[in-house]
Ligand binder design. Structure first.
Ligand code: FAD
Length: 381
């Protein structure tokens, strides 16, 4: 069998893996990136990104938009499914919608890593200070960027301790036939978010270029398909989406940061993005923490200069804590309220324009209070 070796092997070519490869390859390391899929591939995701993501990625928006979708989002419609919604308009782009099949392929192609696509990580065995991966690739460092079901995360001892809240979500994305565009009430630059009545999740619906994305995610996966079905029917009844959807919804899962029990480092191993369980708790936004954790990991790896003992990788854990907070220190401040009261208070607040703009959109969804970790407006510059 032919052998390969590299300075770093990154498993998974989503936003986390490609961003980390981009930084490490730029610094001169021999980076091998492996994914079980060939690219372009799609990923079950709404594809909504906040400006901090584009800034941290130093994305040339004009270059990106050549033949790809980069939909500016200037407003939001928010409320409870079945109830009155609040409209919030900013008069400028406050976030963007991309298609994951295009976005992930773009980031991968510019990463500068050596690509091994269509290859699954099947085994990783410790041999001295190295890993032998798939009986073939020798490397001192494996970075797990394989998303929620990352095989590298599974190999970490104590990778997952105790119960975790898993978000289960389903979505559909398809090209809207021109004839159906006028038949449904969708404004091109407005995202619609509607919370479930028990506040355990929300559904969304928005256009990006010629495409429409509809989905729903919940912290409680029990009966998810029923929630999705009821949401779809409600949107259709209100004329917001076409009556005929061309396919079925696809599902995926991921972990929210304060709840995630995954251990992000071990000797010669580091986890980034969904593999480490980093998505924001309130919005479920996972692309931003995937990109930011990849950049933090790259800095720590470069500083470790080939010595990947846990003590040398520990600064990565400190960086995650500084950025996203201590896991045990985050509580749901309303958890002590009875569920019925939470629901009725939540429904009233969500219908208020002030709450919708300043709390739901600005704080929970845009994270306007937290500047980009990297890029021109980063506090570290
Ligand atoms: C329905 C839904 C909607 C969402 N909407 C949004 C949104 O609008 N905005 C947002 O910010 N976040 C959203 N998220 C979360 C977001 O999709 C993730 O947080 C994000 O994709 C994490 O990026 P990643 O690079 O860590 O992992 P991923 O994007 O999951 O990439 C992991 C890669 O690893 C590869 N891989 C997996 N196993 C193996 C293996 N054994 N061997 C080799 N390769 C492997 C996979 O093929 C994949 O390419 C959504 C999630 C869901 C489920």
């Amino acid at each position: 069998m032919s052998r390969d070796s590299c300075d770093v092997l990154i498993v998974g070519c989503g936003p986390a893996g490609s961003t980390c490869a981009w930084q490490l390859a730029k610094a001169g390391l021999d980076v091998l990136v492996m994914d079980k899929h060939t690219f372009p591939r799609d990923k079950v995701c709404a594809g909504w990104v906040t400006p901090a993501v584009l800034e941290s990625l130093e994305l040339d928006v004009e270059d990106y938009a050549q033949g790809r979708v980069m939909q500016p989002i200037c407003g939001f419609r928010t409320g409870i499914i079945g109830e009155v919604a609040a409209e919030t308009h900013y008069g400028r782009a406050v976030s963007f919608a991309i298609r994951r099949c295009e976005f992930d392929d773009y980031l991968l192609r510019r990463s500068g890593g050596r690509l091994r696509l269509g290859e699954t990580l099947a085994s990783m065995v410790r041999e001295g200070n190295d890993w032998l991966v798939n009986d073939e690739i020798r490397t001192p460092l494996v970075i797990g960027a394989g998303g929620h079901f990352c095989p590298v995360a599974r190999t970490l001892r104590g990778a997952s301790r105790g119960s975790e809240t898993i978000v289960a979500a389903q979505e559909i994305e398809y090209r809207l036939p021109p004839g159906e565009r006028g038949a449904c009430r969708i404004e091109q630059d407005v995202v619609q978010f509607y919370f479930c009545a028990d506040l355990k999740g929300y559904g969304w619906c928005f256009a990006k270029g010629d495409y429409l994305n509809i989905g729903l995610g919940r912290e409680d996966s029990h009966g998810l398909s029923g929630h999705v079905e009821r949401f779809r029917a409600w949107l259709q009844k209100n004329g917001r989406i076409p009556h005929d959807l061309p396919g079925k919804f696809n599902g995926h899962a991921y972990l929210l940061y304060p709840e995630s029990r995954r251990k992000p480092i071990d000797a010669g191993v580091l986890l980034i993005g969904d593999a480490a369980g980093l998505a924001y708790a309130r919005s479920g936004e996972g692309i931003r923490p995937a990109v930011e954790s990849a950049l933090m990991a790259a800095e720590v790896v470069l500083a470790a200069a080939g010595d990947y003992r846990p003590a040398r990788l520990a600064p990565y854990v400190d960086r995650l804590t500084q950025r996203y907070g201590r896991k045990s220190a985050q509580h749901d401040t309303a958890a002590w309220l009875p569920q019925g009261l939470r629901q009725s208070l939540g429904a009233r607040l969500l219908a208020t324009e002030w709450f919708a703009r300043h709390v739901v959109i600005d704080r929970w969804f845009l994270h306007a209070q937290q500047r980009a970790a990297y890029g021109m407006t980063s506090p570290t510059r």
